[in-house]
Design a protein around this ligand. Structure first.
Ligand SMILES: Cc1cc2nc3c(=O)[nH]c(=O)nc-3n(C[C@H](O)[C@H](O)[C@H](O)COP(=O)(O)OP(=O)(O)OC[C@H]3O[C@@H](n4cnc5c(N)ncnc54)[C@H](O)[C@@H]3O)c2cc1C
Length: 550
């Protein structure tokens, strides 16, 4: 018996558990597609302690699609605040290394993307997404509402939730449930999802500090990050939050298994900042660094996204950004199934597309934290002697050579690609998989390349809502593709691009791009069986069949 993918009138089409950035991003994406959804969160919607700062260029492209990129840029540090990384023994101590990041910060676009990586802490990023969600009539956001349990039915779920203020429980029937409730999610456990990897890499303490005009109180100059290394090795990080007066000091060690005493807080701060810098502690939080990827991302009609299926070491800033990629991959697929033109294979492809990206990003984040400093050099790093100076110089060269990829990861941000049953491969080899570098390509499964069509309008801006068939000069008649889409009520725009430079960038004369901006199919000739192409990309046929038909 085939089960309908659309919702019954008594069901909420999508129930989202958790209003962190991933749940908020999914609600906004669904809202932008007019899909009715309810998002619940047990908190009050305020982010009290700073976690993610790095909004990478792909997430910025999603923000551009949603119309909030400018607000995100304006909410972090001022545009001229340097995204520089400095390694030092302490803030008043010796400088060891300096890494500049030409692709980060500021508002000037790059050749590969209209949106640079920005620093905007979740303190501001989550509320921007929340405000965006509230602009869509189809989105309901409920705070102070706790998920308790879920019953899985053949064609949906019934979730039990509690209103925290009144204590009243309620049952919500939904066609689909998406768990975005973070690293402590109970839904995955209930479904028997296993978290693979290491549950504990290290214990950490973060201290959120206010320090006015810090740059006048030390000699290192402004930087986004100061990484701290002394005789004991890497011992902490000191990170700008607003580029004005807010900072976050992070330390790791077994002593942070327990709640810190006021004395420990003071000694930790003095070790990093020296004894003379006045500060105000806003908050202090312990957390555990993990390396985990779930063995499953879905048990339809339940899907899991964000930290509940991948927990990263924060080095590199991949966690939230990977979760935003999950939300965007799911958004159009849920919308397509609810509208009736998406087949069962569309939602099934979610795990096939996103789990490998999570594995890659979690692995890379762990490699970043595991990179250690040369012990022989570290022993001398604090010494105010010629030997100490030489050691710092050598260590600095080591750090720049070996650690730049922790901070410059354009390949991670933009270069992930999907090999899945709804992508039709064309037999070409992928560009090299690089953490730092990103090579634009229209190879099926890749993010479709950016180029300016006119001032302020990127090719990226063509994507987001419907499928788009791009036709370049000399393209054959491909009306069969449009007709096959139309027969199946699959929204498709056909866009002609005459610019030869963009045609060369896109490599083939016909390129079919999905609503999430990834290439689904490409070719120089019209497909023999366009219906097969359309059925594959909308999840009702297998990719192998379509490749033979093309
Ligand atoms: C120190 C640090 C620095 C980081 N820096 C970066 C960075 O620079 N870039 C980056 O990409 N990532 C970074 N991360 C990771 C990033 O913070 C997370 O990946 C991101 O917050 C995950 O988003 P999420 O929406 O999946 O989960 P969360 O942000 O954890 O949100 C989950 C939400 O679910 C709600 N919830 C939980 N249980 C229930 C329930 N039963 N009922 C209702 N609601 C519930 C919670 O209230 C919460 O609002 C960092 C993390 C840390 C610790």
């Amino acid at each position: 018996m085939s089960v309908s993918t659309t919702a019954r009138p008594d069901q909420v089409p999508v129930l989202i558990i958790g209003g962190g950035p991933v749940g908020l991003g999914l609600a906004a994406d669904l809202g932008s597609r007019g899909v009715r959804c309810v998002m619940i969160d047990r908190g009050d919607g305020t982010v009290y302690h700073p976690r993610a700062n790095t909004v990478n260029s792909r997430t910025m492209e999603f923000c551009r699609r949603w119309g909030i990129a400018q607000e995100v840029k304006e909410s972090g540090a001022p545009p001229d605040f340097p995204p520089t990384i400095i390694y030092a023994t302490s803030l008043p101590g010796f400088e060891i290394a300096r890494i500049e990041r030409p692709t980060h910060g500021g508002y000037k676009p790059l050749p590969t993307t209209p949106e640079r990586s920005q620093r905007c802490n979740q303190i501001w990023f989550d509320p921007i997404l929340r405000k965006l969600g509230a602009t869509f009539p189809s989105v309901t956001q409920r705070y102070g509402c706790k998920f308790e349990s879920v019953e899985i039915l053949e064609d949906g779920v019934i979730a039990t939730v509690t209103d925290i203020a009144s204590g009243q429980t309620e049952r919500i029937a939904a066609r689909y449930l998406v768990d975005c409730s973070g690293g402590h999610s109970g839904i995955g456990k209930m479904l028997g999802v296993k978290q693979e990897g290491k549950a504990t890499l290290s214990y950490h303490l973060n201290i959120f500090l206010r320090i006015k005009e810090l740059w006048t109180l030390h000699d290192k100059g402004n930087a986004a990050f100061y990484f701290l290394v002394d005789k004991s090795g890497d011992y902490g990080s000191f990170i700008e939050i607003d580029g004005r007066e807010l900072w976050r000091l992070g330390m790791h060690g077994e002593q942070f298994k327990e709640e810190p005493t006021p004395e420990l807080l003071k000694s930790v701060i003095t070790r990093a900042l020296g004894p003379n810098i006045p500060y105000e502690i806003i908050s202090a939080r312990r957390w555990i660094c993990r390396d985990l990827v779930a063995d499953r991302f879905q048990a339809p009609p339940i899907f899991l996204a964000g930290d509940c299926v991948h927990q990263h070491a924060p080095s590199g800033g991949f966690g939230m950004n990977t979760g935003m990629g999950d939300a965007v991959d799911l958004g159009w697929k849920l919308a397509a199934c609810l509208a009736g033109w998406g087949g069962a294979g569309l939602l099934e492809s979610y795990e096939a597309e996103r789990r490998p990206v999570a594995q890659r990003n979690v692995g890379e984040a762990t490699d970043n934290v595991m990179r250690t400093t040369n012990e022989a050099l570290v022993r001398l790093v604090d010494d105010d002697t010629p030997e100490g100076r030489d050691a710092r110089h050598q260590l600095g060269e080591d750090i720049v050579r070996n650690r730049a990829k922790t901070f410059i990861s354009d390949g991670i941000a933009l270069g992930y690609r999907y090999e899945s049953p709804i992508v039709i491969p064309d037999g070409t080899a992928p560009p090299p998989d690089s953490v730092m570098n990103y090579v634009q390509t229209s190879r099926p499964g890749s993010r479709a390349p950016h180029a300016w069509i006119e001032e302020g309008k990127s090719t990226i801006d063509l994507f987001g809502k419907n499928f788009v068939l791009l036709r370049f000069p000399g393209a054959p008649d491909a009306s069969g593709i449009a007709e096959a889409a139309s027969r199946n009520a699959m929204p498709l725009d056909v866009v002609e691009i005459a610019d030869p430079a963009i045609a060369a960038l896109y490599e083939k004369k016909l390129v079919l791009v999905r609503p999430d901006g990834h290439v689904a199919w490409r070719g120089n000739t019209a497909p023999q069986d366009p219906a097969e192409i359309i059925d594959t990309v909308r999840g009702v046929a297998a990719a192998g069949k379509a490749r033979r038909a093309a």
